[in-house]
Design a binder for this molecule. Structure first.
Ligand code: BES
Ligand code: MN
Ligand code: ZN
Length: 498
């Protein structure tokens, strides 16, 4: 990514654009107060005239005000001082990034981290600046033939800090924010690509390419013969109706001693989910190209971890294939034997995510992981339960669930805990096999997670259902990169705790 974030210790005004915060009621932020003094009360006048109210995310661009060194001044509303916190900070930064990106400025200095943000340390504040500006610079890899609009000139953002010590912490924060931004961009790119391009083979190749770019990563893409040799009967059942060959993608990142147990991220990589013989309805079926977003986001998190050289070991396992109807496709009532040895009656071929994931989770056992977290666009029922605001979070370990939920809060990428348990497994009873792959409409997100739980027994395991958070529909259609921010925050904290 060409976008570069740096720290500006002395808070020089030499940048093309100075971004300063103004609270509501003419209550000036730290830098705004200084500029107001330098400019004979310019900002105070703007407020008195009713030209700038300081509501959260209000912006006003001023050209080269006399008395300041910056070529442009961007006022950003912070809302009432009393209510200024993490949410308002991020919102204001998003508005600023968007506004600066539309100007001719090549560089910007952000002064917002100087404001009173009680318990948010300067590293975190800088991290959010870099992440927000990186995300704002993201462009969808479209295949439109019309000439592309000119890219924004903005390529550098600095964070003003008041001490050398704060500047050092801010530098680390900016690095983290950029890495998260790049991880998000990778995940979004993979999600946004059309399913005739982003096939299991393509995903596998991108993983191999990632390993080339980052020597700390080793990757392999196992084909159908290898998947058969592993006896992944559930995974094979899903892929058997498709012309596209499947891939079991395995990436290993080494940042700690070999003896340190790795964290294992497992991603659902269905590059197109037609539903199979249990065919989906046509409306919005195109959005089932996003059914590989679990895979995309674990790769995005892996990339960020490699860039940050986190002192942890990380394994990524992705089960990737298409779910298609055909003469060779798996049928409702077919029974398969999973890698774990448990048999599954496939009553609905559209509940394919749990089938590929149960084998991927079993495969993950060979790494003797400290924790296994699977990430999947698993159920429409999760969207009914939580809408598009929270990812669903299920776990067999309350401490792990709490850790992931806290990471989601810090990263502004939240997840909400939902239950799993024997009651839900009861719904998955089969007369002919150990377990059925569907358990009725009621509690659909919980039965799906409870199915996986049966394969995660004795593992420290959590499941993120990202069906409602991985992409946006309508005119905003496109992948969001969630939950890369949550995952990377979790891994940064795991690295620090060691
Ligand atoms: N990939 C879908 C889940 C999904 C659906 C995500 C819509 C986002 C939007 C998954 O494979 C699926 O089809 N799940 C079924 C399960 C059902 C058959 C028990 C569902 O949610 O309808
Ligand atoms: Mn499905
Ligand atoms: Zn699916």
């Amino acid at each position: 990514m060409e976008f570069k974030a740096i720290v500006d210790v002395k808070a020089r005004d030499a940048a093309d654009c100075a971004v300063v915060g103004v609270y509501e009621q003419g209550d000036l932020g730290v830098a705004a107060r200084q500029i107001d003094a330098q400019t004979g009360g310019l900002i105070g006048k703007l407020h008195a005239n009713g030209d700038f109210a300081g509501k959260v995310a209000d912006v006003l661009l001023l050209p080269a005000p006399a008395g300041t060194a910056a070529a442009r001044l961007l006022l950003v509303g912070l809302g009432p001082r009393a209510g200024f916190g993490r949410k308002q900070y991020r919102k204001a930064l998003q508005a600023a990034a968007q506004a600066v990106g539309k100007t001719g400025a090549a560089s910007a200095t952000v002064y917002l981290a100087l404001e009173d943000l009680a318990d948010l340390d300067i590293g975190y504040r800088a991290r959010v600046v870099a992440e927000v500006f990186c995300v704002n610079a993201y462009k969808v890899p479209d295949l439109k033939t019309a000439p592309k609009p000119k890219a924004s000139k903005l390529h550098r953002v600095s964070v003003a800090t008041d001490t050398a010590r704060a500047a050092r912490a801010a530098t680390d924060g900016l690095t983290a924010g950029e890495a998260i931004g790049s991880g998000i961009a990778l995940a979004r790119d993979l999600g946004n690509l059309p399913p005739n391009v982003c096939t299991p083979t393509y995903l596998g190749n991108r993983a191999l390419q990632l390993a080339k770019e980052w020597p700390s990563i080793k990757a392999k893409a196992i084909g159908e013969a290898g998947i058969r040799a592993l006896k992944m009967g559930a995974f094979l059942a899903v892929t058997q109706g498709s012309e596209q060959p499947p891939r079991l993608i395995v990436c290993e990142y080494r940042g700690a001693k070999r003896s340190v147990a790795p964290i294992c991220l497992v991603g659902k990589g269905i590059t197109f989910d037609s539903g199979g013989i249990s065919l989906k309805d046509p409306p919005a079926m195109d959005e089932m190209k996003f059914d590989m977003c679990g895979a995309a986001t674990v790769l995005g998190a892996l990339r960020a971890v490699a860039e940050l050289k986190l002192p942890i070991n990380l394994v990524v396992v992705i089960a990737s294939c298409e779910n298609m109807p055909s003469g060779t496709a798996v049928k409702p009532a077919d029974i398969v034997t999973t890698m774990s040895g448990q048999t599954v009656e496939i009553l609905n071929t559209d509940a394919e995510g749990r089938l590929v994931l149960c084998d991927a989770i079993t495969y993950a056992r060979r790494f003797k992981p400290a924790a296994v977290i699977d990430v999947a666009t698993l159920t429409g029922a999760c969207i009914i339960a939580l809408g598009h605001h929270f990812s669903g979070l299920m776990s067999n370990d309350d401490a792990l669930a709490a850790e992931l939920a806290a990471a989601g809060v810090r990263a502004d990428d939240r997840a909400w805990t939902l239950p799993i348990g024997d009651e839900y497994v009861e719904q998955l009873k089969s007369n002919f096999a150990d377990i059925a792959n569907v358990g009725g409409r009621e509690g659909g997100a919980c039965t799906a997670a409870s199915f996986l739980w049966k394969f995660a027994k004795d593992l420290n395991w959590a499941h993120l259902d990202i069906a409602g958070t991985a992409w946006l529909s309508g005119s905003q259609k496109g992948s969001t990169g969630r939950p890369v921010p949550l995952l990377v925050d979790f891994l940064i904290n795991r690295a620090g705790a060691k």
